[in-house]
Design a protein around this ligand. Structure first.
Ligand code: 8YV
Length: 344
């Protein structure tokens, strides 16, 4: 009889995750959030057949070198810059993400930051809590009007499109730039116009970043791009730290070359650049754009679907729906452990 495979879950999730996995796997779920050293992570991966990990687990060549049984790394996130896909593929280890299920919650949050940064919500709340509200000044706390202004979106995948659709309610023209232009029907539905990156920088009153972090997109917004933006513009980043040069952004905000920023992601998270922390016109949050109960539950469900599918179980048996590296399946690891569905 085959030994039951094991699945390691790197962070606390939801009870239904274990319920779904237990019929097929020995479930090794971390009871609390922890930051693993590369050596600790390598040891965890060496001891399981499947892993469900978060963005803080950086999985590369060294981490999978001793992972002889590992067949899949299911990432709890749509972005997967924490995974070295080439290393996983070369080792014959599948990788999956949680595309789509977080589109709407992240789009909502991008708008929360956009509106919050435009209307100075964070700074006003700090001021009030500090007991400074003695009289309401008619000309106090003036922010930026949103309605009718131009929304720019850099990175027009499905999250970008969900952000664009919401702009119709604010009567905002939408410009976007993306590696490739969207089909005309999608452009029409999103009422979005494709422009080059320079024009996007120059024309946007609000610029939202929704592109993945890759070697090409690192510091896609640096000093040169910030210099092209309107001094009245507001920048929103719900994508990844590292896409923006945080030091250059802090300088632009401090010197009034940019009006405000709403940032959910930072270079070197969970550390935040000291200069950003000191600025009242930066609205900052701790990487929570997808954090609604429904979405986080849906993300874990997708990760479980992918693990089950790779081991030949569930609705997608044999075909993990969010596979990032189908080539990995052709690399000669042991064939799937196809097991009988348990009888209930
Ligand atoms: C995180 C995200 O996954 O999906 C992504 O790429 O950045 C987020 O949804 C989430 O914050 C869990 O760490």
């Amino acid at each position: 009889m085959t030994q039951q495979p094991s699945v390691w879950i790197s962070r606390p999730t939801f009870p239904e995750v274990t319920v779904r996995l237990e019929p097929y796997f020995r479930v090794l779920a971390e009871p609390r959030e922890a930051k693993f050293t590369p050596a600790e992570l390598a040891a965890k991966l060496a001891d399981c057949d499947a892993a469900i990990v978060g963005l803080k687990e950086r999985v590369g060549v060294a981490e999978v070198a001793g992972a002889r049984r590992l067949r899949i790394v299911a990432n709890l996130g749509v972005g997967y810059d924490n995974l070295d896909l080439a290393a996983l593929t070369a080792a014959g280890i599948a990788a999956s993400n949680t595309a789509d299920v977080l589109n709407e919650s992240v789009a909502d949050y991008a708008w929360a930051l956009l509106l919050g940064a435009a209307r100075r919500v964070g700074a006003a709340e700090r001021w009030l809590r500090a007991g400074q509200w003695r009289a309401t000044e008619f000309k106090g706390w003036l922010g930026a009007e949103v309605r009718g202004r131009t929304l720019g979106i850099l990175g027009m995948g499905r999250i970008g499109q969900a952000i664009a659709r919401r702009a119709q309610g604010f009567g905002m023209p939408v410009l976007y730039h993306n590696r490739s232009r969207l089909p005309e029907t999608t452009e029409r539905e999103c009422r979005a116009r494709f422009v080059d990156k320079g024009m996007l920088m120059r024309e946007s009153d609000f610029l939202v970043l929704v592109l993945p972090l890759t070697s090409q997109t690192r510091h896609a917004i640096g000093a040169a791009e910030l210099a092209q933006m309107k001094p009245t513009a507001v920048l929103v980043n719900v994508a990844r730290g590292g896409i923006v040069d945080d030091a250059a952004l802090a300088a632009a905000l401090r010197e009034g070359r940019l009006a405000a920023a709403g940032l959910d992601v930072f270079e070197g998270e969970p550390n935040v650049h000291q200069d950003l922390l000191a600025l009242d016109n930066a609205l900052l949050s701790p990487h929570i754009a997808s954090a609604t109960t429904e979405t986080r539950r849906a993300m874990t469900a997708v990760a479980v679907d992918n693990v089950l599918a790779l081991f030949g179980h569930g609705a997608h048996a044999g075909h993990p729906p969010n596979l990032l590296n189908p080539e990995a399946l052709a690399v000669g690891r042991a064939p799937f452990l196809t097991r009988e569905e348990p009888t209930r």
